[in-house]
Design a protein around this ligand. Structure first.
Ligand SMILES: Nc1nc2c(ncn2[C@@H]2O[C@H](COP(=O)(O)OP(=O)(O)OP(=O)(O)O)[C@@H](O)[C@H]2O)c(=O)[nH]1
Ligand SMILES: [Mg+2]
Length: 297
């Protein structure tokens, strides 16, 4: 009998949850960026192995939210954390334990699910400080395991996976072999565009961005070519000017880099058309948040 189970990633923004999930899966499904609050929704991916099947669940970083979208993100993360068979709580090897960490510990302590403390980014950590930092986290709650890793360099990841499988119980596979994620193709395409906006834009602009795919269709007499029309939604006129850039230079960059990634993901050539639209303060509008696919179930 093979093993199976749900394993969720939780932690503060920017600690590397999505990077780690992609790396363990061996595919890029969740977008990542240097800026905090990149992931906005729960993202499931499925790892199929000889020894069994793991359903990974990536969640938005837990933070002090400043708008309704933020409230939504935090509630998704908190609810998801507790539904799993095993929780990987990611932290960075830094000394600073904040309110975010305390609230994560409070949420997890209420559940009976085993929690691993995953200390990520050890490639850039001071090895002498590592044990002290781990002790501080251990003061917050009891961990089933403590495992230092680097999602970026891959350090200690096969060990992590071995220990995860040790904890999972025997059980049936939840999904067919060809199921890799619950994210629709369109959603991943829109996220890949948002990722480029996050990477290329500064300050508060990228956080107020949403991307909607208006059209995504194979070209009639060329099945290898897909036409995509997408709209980048921003919160202000001034942000629209920044996203477009001088003579369209910024939008051009976003388009070229998005096209490259989308083609790699779809394994097809694409024609990508990008538009920019203002929807004032959409992150505080229940209606618009729902409209952009965030549903509080
Ligand atoms: N040096 C180093 N950087 C890492 C490592 N893992 C992730 N990063 C970087 O950390 C940044 C944040 O990574 P993400 O995977 O987007 O972090 P996240 O926890 O999903 O963030 P949110 O979705 O905002 O909650 C990116 O720039 C990653 O390249 C690591 O092991 N070492
Ligand atoms: Mg993320």
């Amino acid at each position: 009998m093979k093993k199976s189970g749900f394993v969720s990633f939780v932690g503060r923004p920017n600690v590397g949850k999505s990077t780690l999930m992609n790396r363990l899966l061996g595919r890029k499904i969740a977008i990542t960026s240097e800026k905090p609050q990149t992931t906005r929704n729960r993202i499931q991916t499925v790892l199929h192995e000889e020894r069994g099947q793991i359903v990974f669940v990536d969640t938005p970083g837990i933070h002090k939210s400043k708008n309704k979208l933020g409230d939504y993100m935090v509630s998704v993360a908190e609810r998801t954390a507790s539904d799993a068979d095993l929780v990987l709580w990611l932290v960075e090897a830094s000394n600073y334990i904040g309110a975010g960490d305390r609230s994560i510990a409070e949420t997890l302590k209420k559940k009976s699910v085993p929690v691993f403390l995953i200390v990520n980014k050890i490639d850039k950590a001071d090895k002498n400080q590592l044990l002290g930092i781990i002790d501080k986290y251990k003061d917050l709650m009891d961990f089933a395991e403590v495992i230092p890793v680097s999602a970026l360099s891959g350090d200690n990841l096969s060990h992590l996976l071995d220990v995860v499988f040790d904890y999972l119980e025997e059980g049936p596979a939840f999904y067919e072999e060809d199921m890799i994620t619950d994210q629709p193709e369109r959603q991943i395409v829109s996220e890949l565009i948002r990722e480029k906006a996050l990477k290329l834009l500064e300050e508060e602009v990228p956080h107020g961005i949403a991307v909607s795919i208006e059209r995504m269709k194979p070209v009639r007499n060329n099945r290898r070519l897909v036409e995509i029309q997408a709209t980048i939604i921003v919160e202000r006129e001034s942000h629209k000017r920044i996203v477009i850039g001088k003579k369209g230079s910024m939008l051009g960059k976003i388009r070229v880099q998005s096209k490259r990634d989308i083609e790699k993901f779809l394994q097809k050539d694409i024609v990508l058309e990008l538009w920019v639209k203002v929807k004032k303060d959409w992150r505080d509008s229940d209606f618009l948040i729902k409209n952009f696919g965030f549903r509080n179930e």
